[in-house]
Design a protein around this ligand. Sequence first.
Ligand code: UDP
Length: 413
Amino acid sequence: MNDLLNNYAHVAGEDVIQHLQQLAAPLEGIRVVHVNSTRIGGGVAEILNKMVPLMSSLGLDVQWEVISGEAEFYQCTKSFHNALQGMPVEVSMPLRKAYEATNEQTAEKHRQLLTEADVVIVHDPQPAALLKFLPGRKGKWIWRCHIDVSRPYRPVWRYLKDFVSGYDGSVFSLVDFTQVLPHPQYLIPPSIDPLSEKNTDLAVGKVRAVLQEFGIDPRRPLIVQVSRFDRFKDPVGVIRAYRLTKRFIPQLQLVLAGGGATDDPEGDAVLNEVREAAGDDPDIHVLLLPADAHVTINALQRAADIVLQKSIREGFGLTVSEAMWKGKPVIGGDTGGIRLQVSNHHTGFLVSTPEGAALRIQYLLRNREKLTQMGEKARNFVRDNFLLTRQVREYLTIILGMLRGTGERMEIS
Ligand code: UDP
Protein backbone atom coordinates (compact mmCIF):
# COMPACT_ATOMS: atom_id res chain seq x y z
CA MET A 1 0.00 0.00 0.00
CA ASN A 2 1.51 3.39 -0.93
CA ASP A 3 1.66 6.33 1.50
CA LEU A 4 -1.50 8.03 0.33
CA LEU A 5 -3.54 4.82 0.59
CA ASN A 6 -2.06 4.22 4.02
CA ASN A 7 -3.20 7.63 5.16
CA TYR A 8 -6.73 6.92 3.95
CA ALA A 9 -6.65 3.54 5.67
CA HIS A 10 -6.01 5.32 8.99
CA VAL A 11 -9.21 7.34 8.67
CA ALA A 12 -11.56 5.12 6.68
CA GLY A 13 -10.31 1.67 7.70
CA GLU A 14 -7.97 -0.82 6.04
CA ASP A 15 -10.82 -2.96 4.71
CA VAL A 16 -12.18 0.03 2.80
CA ILE A 17 -8.84 0.54 1.06
CA GLN A 18 -8.45 -3.15 0.30
CA HIS A 19 -11.84 -3.10 -1.32
CA LEU A 20 -10.77 -0.15 -3.47
CA GLN A 21 -7.61 -1.97 -4.51
CA GLN A 22 -9.59 -5.03 -5.46
CA LEU A 23 -11.90 -2.97 -7.66
CA ALA A 24 -8.99 -1.02 -9.16
CA ALA A 25 -6.79 -4.01 -10.01
CA PRO A 26 -8.52 -4.90 -13.29
CA LEU A 27 -8.52 -1.22 -14.24
CA GLU A 28 -4.78 -0.71 -13.85
CA GLY A 29 -3.40 1.73 -16.42
CA ILE A 30 -6.70 2.66 -18.00
CA ARG A 31 -6.91 6.31 -18.95
CA VAL A 32 -9.68 8.29 -17.26
CA VAL A 33 -10.15 11.97 -18.08
CA HIS A 34 -12.23 14.32 -15.94
CA VAL A 35 -13.41 17.57 -17.52
CA ASN A 36 -14.99 20.46 -15.62
CA SER A 37 -14.90 24.25 -15.82
CA THR A 38 -12.68 25.45 -12.98
CA ARG A 39 -9.74 24.26 -10.92
CA ILE A 40 -10.62 26.46 -7.98
CA GLY A 41 -13.82 27.43 -6.23
CA GLY A 42 -17.00 25.45 -5.80
CA GLY A 43 -17.66 21.86 -4.92
CA VAL A 44 -16.65 20.13 -8.17
CA ALA A 45 -13.12 21.55 -8.08
CA GLU A 46 -12.93 20.68 -4.39
CA ILE A 47 -13.75 17.04 -5.17
CA LEU A 48 -11.55 16.68 -8.25
CA ASN A 49 -8.52 18.10 -6.48
CA LYS A 50 -8.65 15.10 -4.17
CA MET A 51 -10.27 12.41 -6.26
CA VAL A 52 -7.74 12.59 -9.09
CA PRO A 53 -4.74 11.79 -6.82
CA LEU A 54 -6.63 9.02 -5.03
CA MET A 55 -7.70 7.32 -8.28
CA SER A 56 -4.14 7.69 -9.60
CA SER A 57 -2.68 6.13 -6.49
CA LEU A 58 -4.94 3.14 -7.15
CA GLY A 59 -3.17 2.60 -10.48
CA LEU A 60 -5.46 4.32 -12.99
CA ASP A 61 -4.01 6.87 -15.41
CA VAL A 62 -6.14 9.88 -14.47
CA GLN A 63 -6.07 13.33 -16.07
CA TRP A 64 -8.07 16.45 -15.38
CA GLU A 65 -8.81 19.06 -18.06
CA VAL A 66 -10.68 22.32 -17.71
CA ILE A 67 -12.88 24.06 -20.26
CA SER A 68 -12.51 27.83 -20.25
CA GLY A 69 -13.95 30.57 -22.41
CA GLU A 70 -14.79 34.23 -22.75
CA ALA A 71 -17.29 36.16 -20.62
CA GLU A 72 -20.23 35.10 -22.84
CA PHE A 73 -19.47 31.44 -22.24
CA TYR A 74 -19.70 31.85 -18.43
CA GLN A 75 -22.77 34.06 -18.76
CA CYS A 76 -24.37 31.26 -20.74
CA THR A 77 -23.37 28.45 -18.40
CA LYS A 78 -24.45 30.43 -15.32
CA SER A 79 -27.84 30.84 -17.02
CA PHE A 80 -27.92 27.06 -17.61
CA HIS A 81 -27.13 26.54 -13.94
CA ASN A 82 -29.92 28.89 -12.85
CA ALA A 83 -32.39 27.38 -15.33
CA LEU A 84 -31.59 23.78 -14.40
CA GLN A 85 -32.20 24.67 -10.76
CA GLY A 86 -35.66 25.94 -11.72
CA MET A 87 -35.38 29.60 -12.68
CA PRO A 88 -37.28 30.50 -15.88
CA VAL A 89 -34.31 32.04 -17.72
CA GLU A 90 -34.14 32.30 -21.48
CA VAL A 91 -30.71 31.74 -22.99
CA SER A 92 -30.25 33.85 -26.09
CA MET A 93 -28.97 32.47 -29.39
CA PRO A 94 -25.65 34.41 -29.24
CA LEU A 95 -24.96 32.94 -25.78
CA ARG A 96 -25.72 29.42 -27.00
CA LYS A 97 -23.42 29.99 -29.93
CA ALA A 98 -20.63 31.07 -27.55
CA TYR A 99 -21.27 27.91 -25.52
CA GLU A 100 -21.04 25.61 -28.51
CA ALA A 101 -18.03 27.41 -29.95
CA THR A 102 -16.11 27.11 -26.66
CA ASN A 103 -16.92 23.41 -26.50
CA GLU A 104 -15.83 22.94 -30.10
CA GLN A 105 -12.51 24.73 -29.48
CA THR A 106 -11.87 22.69 -26.34
CA ALA A 107 -12.67 19.46 -28.19
CA GLU A 108 -10.19 20.50 -30.86
CA LYS A 109 -7.50 21.35 -28.30
CA HIS A 110 -7.77 17.98 -26.53
CA ARG A 111 -8.94 15.91 -29.49
CA GLN A 112 -6.40 13.13 -29.17
CA LEU A 113 -6.68 12.78 -25.39
CA LEU A 114 -10.48 12.78 -25.41
CA THR A 115 -10.83 10.51 -28.41
CA GLU A 116 -8.39 7.93 -27.11
CA ALA A 117 -9.31 7.92 -23.38
CA ASP A 118 -10.94 4.79 -22.00
CA VAL A 119 -13.36 6.78 -19.87
CA VAL A 120 -14.26 10.47 -19.93
CA ILE A 121 -16.21 11.93 -17.03
CA VAL A 122 -17.73 15.29 -17.93
CA HIS A 123 -18.89 17.38 -14.98
CA ASP A 124 -21.96 19.60 -15.22
CA PRO A 125 -23.33 21.48 -18.25
CA GLN A 126 -20.28 23.63 -19.06
CA PRO A 127 -18.36 20.94 -21.01
CA ALA A 128 -21.40 18.76 -21.82
CA ALA A 129 -21.35 19.64 -25.54
CA LEU A 130 -17.77 18.35 -26.03
CA LEU A 131 -18.96 14.93 -27.10
CA LYS A 132 -20.83 16.36 -30.09
CA PHE A 133 -17.51 17.54 -31.52
CA LEU A 134 -15.65 14.24 -31.06
CA PRO A 135 -17.34 11.85 -33.48
CA GLY A 136 -14.62 9.20 -33.46
CA ARG A 137 -14.31 8.78 -29.70
CA LYS A 138 -13.32 5.33 -28.53
CA GLY A 139 -14.04 5.25 -24.79
CA LYS A 140 -17.10 5.43 -22.57
CA TRP A 141 -18.47 8.87 -21.74
CA ILE A 142 -20.23 9.66 -18.49
CA TRP A 143 -22.09 12.91 -17.79
CA ARG A 144 -21.81 13.75 -14.09
CA CYS A 145 -24.44 16.27 -13.04
CA HIS A 146 -23.76 17.93 -9.67
CA ILE A 147 -26.67 20.34 -9.62
CA ASP A 148 -30.26 20.08 -8.48
CA VAL A 149 -32.12 19.30 -11.70
CA SER A 150 -35.25 18.04 -9.99
CA ARG A 151 -37.43 20.75 -11.59
CA PRO A 152 -35.47 22.25 -14.48
CA TYR A 153 -36.79 25.03 -16.69
CA ARG A 154 -37.82 22.80 -19.58
CA PRO A 155 -36.69 24.76 -22.67
CA VAL A 156 -33.12 24.92 -21.34
CA TRP A 157 -33.10 21.28 -20.24
CA ARG A 158 -34.36 20.21 -23.69
CA TYR A 159 -31.46 22.08 -25.30
CA LEU A 160 -28.88 20.46 -23.00
CA LYS A 161 -30.50 17.06 -23.18
CA ASP A 162 -29.61 16.87 -26.86
CA PHE A 163 -25.91 17.01 -25.93
CA VAL A 164 -26.20 14.67 -22.95
CA SER A 165 -28.21 11.96 -24.72
CA GLY A 166 -25.17 10.78 -26.66
CA TYR A 167 -23.33 9.77 -23.47
CA ASP A 168 -23.08 6.15 -22.32
CA GLY A 169 -24.41 6.96 -18.85
CA SER A 170 -25.05 9.76 -16.44
CA VAL A 171 -24.52 10.19 -12.72
CA PHE A 172 -26.72 12.21 -10.39
CA SER A 173 -26.41 12.84 -6.66
CA LEU A 174 -30.02 12.01 -5.78
CA VAL A 175 -32.85 9.97 -7.21
CA ASP A 176 -35.01 13.13 -7.36
CA PHE A 177 -32.60 14.60 -9.93
CA THR A 178 -32.77 11.83 -12.51
CA GLN A 179 -34.27 12.60 -15.93
CA VAL A 180 -35.69 10.78 -18.91
CA LEU A 181 -32.51 9.89 -20.81
CA PRO A 182 -31.71 7.13 -23.30
CA HIS A 183 -28.93 5.57 -21.21
CA PRO A 184 -28.35 4.15 -17.72
CA GLN A 185 -28.40 6.62 -14.84
CA TYR A 186 -26.41 6.05 -11.66
CA LEU A 187 -26.68 7.62 -8.22
CA ILE A 188 -23.45 8.70 -6.54
CA PRO A 189 -23.56 11.37 -3.86
CA PRO A 190 -20.43 13.51 -3.55
CA SER A 191 -18.03 13.30 -0.64
CA ILE A 192 -15.43 15.17 1.39
CA ASP A 193 -11.76 14.39 1.74
CA PRO A 194 -10.88 13.72 5.39
CA LEU A 195 -7.19 14.30 4.63
CA SER A 196 -7.53 17.73 3.03
CA GLU A 197 -6.41 20.89 4.81
CA LYS A 198 -10.05 21.82 5.01
CA ASN A 199 -11.00 18.80 7.05
CA THR A 200 -8.06 17.56 9.11
CA ASP A 201 -7.87 18.27 12.83
CA LEU A 202 -6.65 21.71 13.82
CA ALA A 203 -4.95 22.80 17.01
CA VAL A 204 -7.13 24.96 19.27
CA GLY A 205 -4.50 27.69 18.99
CA LYS A 206 -4.90 27.81 15.22
CA VAL A 207 -8.68 28.13 15.51
CA ARG A 208 -8.24 30.95 18.04
CA ALA A 209 -5.76 32.72 15.78
CA VAL A 210 -8.25 32.75 12.89
CA LEU A 211 -10.99 34.14 15.14
CA GLN A 212 -8.63 36.84 16.32
CA GLU A 213 -7.65 37.70 12.76
CA PHE A 214 -11.27 38.52 11.94
CA GLY A 215 -12.21 40.12 15.27
CA ILE A 216 -14.57 37.31 16.32
CA ASP A 217 -15.06 36.84 20.07
CA PRO A 218 -14.34 33.19 21.03
CA ARG A 219 -16.42 33.50 24.23
CA ARG A 220 -19.66 34.38 22.46
CA PRO A 221 -21.93 32.08 20.42
CA LEU A 222 -21.13 31.87 16.73
CA ILE A 223 -23.09 30.65 13.71
CA VAL A 224 -21.33 30.22 10.37
CA GLN A 225 -22.30 29.70 6.74
CA VAL A 226 -19.55 29.01 4.19
CA SER A 227 -20.70 29.42 0.58
CA ARG A 228 -20.06 31.10 -2.70
CA PHE A 229 -22.11 34.31 -2.82
CA ASP A 230 -24.97 32.82 -4.78
CA ARG A 231 -28.69 33.50 -4.32
CA PHE A 232 -29.47 29.77 -4.19
CA LYS A 233 -27.40 29.67 -0.95
CA ASP A 234 -29.72 32.33 0.54
CA PRO A 235 -27.10 34.37 2.44
CA VAL A 236 -29.63 37.16 2.97
CA GLY A 237 -32.01 34.62 4.54
CA VAL A 238 -29.19 33.65 6.91
CA ILE A 239 -28.83 37.28 7.99
CA ARG A 240 -32.56 37.40 8.62
CA ALA A 241 -32.40 34.24 10.75
CA TYR A 242 -29.49 35.74 12.70
CA ARG A 243 -31.42 38.99 13.34
CA LEU A 244 -34.49 37.11 14.55
CA THR A 245 -32.33 35.07 16.94
CA LYS A 246 -30.34 38.05 18.13
CA ARG A 247 -33.45 39.54 19.72
CA PHE A 248 -33.35 36.70 22.21
CA ILE A 249 -29.62 35.88 22.25
CA PRO A 250 -27.95 39.30 21.98
CA GLN A 251 -24.38 37.95 22.20
CA LEU A 252 -24.81 36.02 18.93
CA GLN A 253 -22.25 36.48 16.13
CA LEU A 254 -22.56 35.49 12.47
CA VAL A 255 -19.91 34.68 9.89
CA LEU A 256 -20.78 34.50 6.19
CA ALA A 257 -17.62 33.32 4.49
CA GLY A 258 -17.32 32.96 0.77
CA GLY A 259 -15.18 33.53 -2.21
CA GLY A 260 -15.66 33.59 -5.93
CA ALA A 261 -15.43 30.66 -8.31
CA THR A 262 -13.75 31.54 -11.61
CA ASP A 263 -16.79 30.24 -13.51
CA ASP A 264 -19.37 32.26 -11.54
CA PRO A 265 -19.99 35.77 -12.93
CA GLU A 266 -22.77 36.71 -10.46
CA GLY A 267 -20.76 36.62 -7.22
CA ASP A 268 -20.06 40.36 -6.96
CA ALA A 269 -23.70 41.36 -7.29
CA VAL A 270 -24.76 38.90 -4.60
CA LEU A 271 -21.91 39.99 -2.32
CA ASN A 272 -23.18 43.58 -2.58
CA GLU A 273 -26.68 42.45 -1.63
CA VAL A 274 -25.24 40.63 1.38
CA ARG A 275 -23.19 43.63 2.50
CA GLU A 276 -26.24 45.83 2.23
CA ALA A 277 -28.34 43.42 4.27
CA ALA A 278 -25.58 43.17 6.91
CA GLY A 279 -25.48 46.97 7.29
CA ASP A 280 -23.17 48.17 10.02
CA ASP A 281 -23.80 45.37 12.53
CA PRO A 282 -20.36 44.67 14.03
CA ASP A 283 -21.39 41.10 14.88
CA ILE A 284 -21.97 40.14 11.24
CA HIS A 285 -18.68 39.22 9.60
CA VAL A 286 -18.91 39.00 5.81
CA LEU A 287 -15.59 37.48 4.77
CA LEU A 288 -14.42 37.40 1.18
CA LEU A 289 -11.76 34.72 1.23
CA PRO A 290 -9.17 33.70 -1.36
CA ALA A 291 -9.81 30.39 -3.10
CA ASP A 292 -7.08 28.58 -1.16
CA ALA A 293 -8.24 29.60 2.33
CA HIS A 294 -8.83 25.98 3.31
CA VAL A 295 -7.34 26.24 6.79
CA THR A 296 -9.32 29.42 7.50
CA ILE A 297 -12.55 27.69 6.49
CA ASN A 298 -11.62 24.65 8.53
CA ALA A 299 -11.07 26.90 11.56
CA LEU A 300 -14.32 28.82 11.09
CA GLN A 301 -16.32 25.60 10.80
CA ARG A 302 -14.62 24.30 13.96
CA ALA A 303 -15.18 27.55 15.85
CA ALA A 304 -18.89 27.58 15.04
CA ASP A 305 -21.44 26.39 17.56
CA ILE A 306 -23.79 25.65 14.69
CA VAL A 307 -23.20 25.64 10.94
CA LEU A 308 -25.91 26.82 8.57
CA GLN A 309 -26.48 25.94 4.93
CA LYS A 310 -29.78 27.60 4.28
CA SER A 311 -29.85 26.94 0.53
CA ILE A 312 -33.10 27.04 -1.38
CA ARG A 313 -31.66 24.68 -4.04
CA GLU A 314 -28.62 22.50 -3.50
CA GLY A 315 -27.12 19.72 -5.58
CA PHE A 316 -25.33 18.36 -2.53
CA GLY A 317 -23.62 20.99 -0.38
CA LEU A 318 -20.16 19.76 0.56
CA THR A 319 -20.09 22.40 3.27
CA VAL A 320 -22.72 20.38 5.13
CA SER A 321 -20.58 17.24 5.38
CA GLU A 322 -17.51 19.37 6.11
CA ALA A 323 -19.24 20.83 9.15
CA MET A 324 -20.72 17.51 10.28
CA TRP A 325 -17.29 15.89 10.06
CA LYS A 326 -16.16 18.52 12.57
CA GLY A 327 -18.90 17.45 14.96
CA LYS A 328 -21.26 20.33 14.22
CA PRO A 329 -25.02 20.09 13.91
CA VAL A 330 -26.13 21.69 10.65
CA ILE A 331 -29.28 23.72 10.12
CA GLY A 332 -29.85 23.33 6.42
CA GLY A 333 -32.42 24.23 3.80
CA ASP A 334 -34.90 21.41 3.26
CA THR A 335 -33.83 20.80 -0.30
CA GLY A 336 -31.80 18.60 -2.65
CA GLY A 337 -28.61 17.06 -1.35
CA ILE A 338 -28.90 18.66 2.08
CA ARG A 339 -31.69 16.18 2.78
CA LEU A 340 -29.26 13.31 2.22
CA GLN A 341 -26.89 14.62 4.85
CA VAL A 342 -29.01 16.25 7.51
CA SER A 343 -31.24 13.76 9.18
CA ASN A 344 -33.87 16.05 10.66
CA HIS A 345 -33.73 16.16 14.51
CA HIS A 346 -30.77 13.72 14.56
CA THR A 347 -27.76 15.26 12.86
CA GLY A 348 -29.27 18.74 12.56
CA PHE A 349 -32.45 20.40 11.38
CA LEU A 350 -34.04 20.95 7.98
CA VAL A 351 -35.73 24.32 7.59
CA SER A 352 -37.66 26.17 4.91
CA THR A 353 -37.68 29.74 6.21
CA PRO A 354 -35.45 32.18 8.12
CA GLU A 355 -38.01 32.00 10.94
CA GLY A 356 -37.62 28.21 11.10
CA ALA A 357 -33.84 28.53 11.11
CA ALA A 358 -34.01 31.10 13.92
CA LEU A 359 -36.14 28.81 16.09
CA ARG A 360 -33.69 25.92 15.62
CA ILE A 361 -30.67 28.11 16.34
CA GLN A 362 -32.23 29.25 19.61
CA TYR A 363 -33.18 25.70 20.54
CA LEU A 364 -29.65 24.36 20.04
CA LEU A 365 -27.88 27.27 21.72
CA ARG A 366 -30.12 26.77 24.77
CA ASN A 367 -29.73 22.97 24.81
CA ARG A 368 -26.01 22.46 24.70
CA GLU A 369 -26.19 18.77 25.54
CA LYS A 370 -28.46 18.17 22.56
CA LEU A 371 -26.16 20.24 20.39
CA THR A 372 -23.17 18.08 21.34
CA GLN A 373 -25.08 14.83 20.82
CA MET A 374 -26.27 15.89 17.39
CA GLY A 375 -22.73 16.90 16.44
CA GLU A 376 -21.39 13.48 17.42
CA LYS A 377 -24.05 11.69 15.39
CA ALA A 378 -23.28 14.00 12.49
CA ARG A 379 -19.59 13.06 12.47
CA ASN A 380 -20.38 9.34 12.53
CA PHE A 381 -22.90 9.73 9.74
CA VAL A 382 -20.29 11.38 7.53
CA ARG A 383 -17.70 8.70 8.34
CA ASP A 384 -20.14 6.02 7.23
CA ASN A 385 -21.50 7.75 4.14
CA PHE A 386 -19.71 10.78 2.79
CA LEU A 387 -15.96 10.21 2.70
CA LEU A 388 -14.04 10.30 -0.57
CA THR A 389 -13.22 6.60 -0.37
CA ARG A 390 -16.90 5.71 -0.75
CA GLN A 391 -17.30 7.96 -3.77
CA VAL A 392 -14.22 6.53 -5.49
CA ARG A 393 -15.49 3.00 -4.82
CA GLU A 394 -18.72 3.85 -6.61
CA TYR A 395 -16.97 5.44 -9.59
CA LEU A 396 -14.70 2.42 -9.93
CA THR A 397 -17.72 0.16 -9.84
CA ILE A 398 -19.43 2.05 -12.64
CA ILE A 399 -16.27 2.16 -14.73
CA LEU A 400 -15.77 -1.55 -14.25
CA GLY A 401 -19.36 -2.22 -15.16
CA MET A 402 -19.08 -0.15 -18.32
CA LEU A 403 -15.75 -1.59 -19.45
CA ARG A 404 -15.99 -5.16 -18.21
CA GLY A 405 -19.63 -5.78 -17.53
CA THR A 406 -21.67 -8.24 -19.46
CA GLY A 407 -25.33 -8.22 -18.55
CA GLU A 408 -25.69 -9.07 -14.88
CA ARG A 409 -22.03 -9.92 -14.40
CA MET A 410 -18.88 -7.88 -13.81
CA GLU A 411 -15.33 -9.26 -14.07
CA ILE A 412 -13.06 -8.12 -11.27
CA SER A 413 -10.27 -10.63 -11.48
N1 UDP B 1 -15.55 26.96 -0.40
C1 UDP B 1 -14.30 27.53 -0.29
N2 UDP B 1 -14.22 28.87 -0.17
C2 UDP B 1 -15.32 29.65 -0.15
C3 UDP B 1 -16.60 29.07 -0.29
C4 UDP B 1 -16.68 27.70 -0.42
O1 UDP B 1 -13.28 26.84 -0.26
O2 UDP B 1 -15.16 30.86 -0.03
C5 UDP B 1 -15.61 25.50 -0.53
C6 UDP B 1 -16.47 24.83 0.50
O3 UDP B 1 -15.74 24.62 1.70
C7 UDP B 1 -16.84 23.55 -0.23
C8 UDP B 1 -16.95 24.01 -1.67
O4 UDP B 1 -16.16 25.19 -1.79
O5 UDP B 1 -15.81 22.61 -0.13
C9 UDP B 1 -18.38 24.35 -2.06
O6 UDP B 1 -19.06 23.19 -2.36
P1 UDP B 1 -20.62 23.05 -2.17
O7 UDP B 1 -20.99 21.71 -2.65
O8 UDP B 1 -20.99 23.38 -0.74
O9 UDP B 1 -21.25 24.20 -3.08
P2 UDP B 1 -21.04 24.67 -4.60
O10 UDP B 1 -20.16 25.88 -4.51
O11 UDP B 1 -20.43 23.55 -5.36
O12 UDP B 1 -22.42 25.02 -5.05
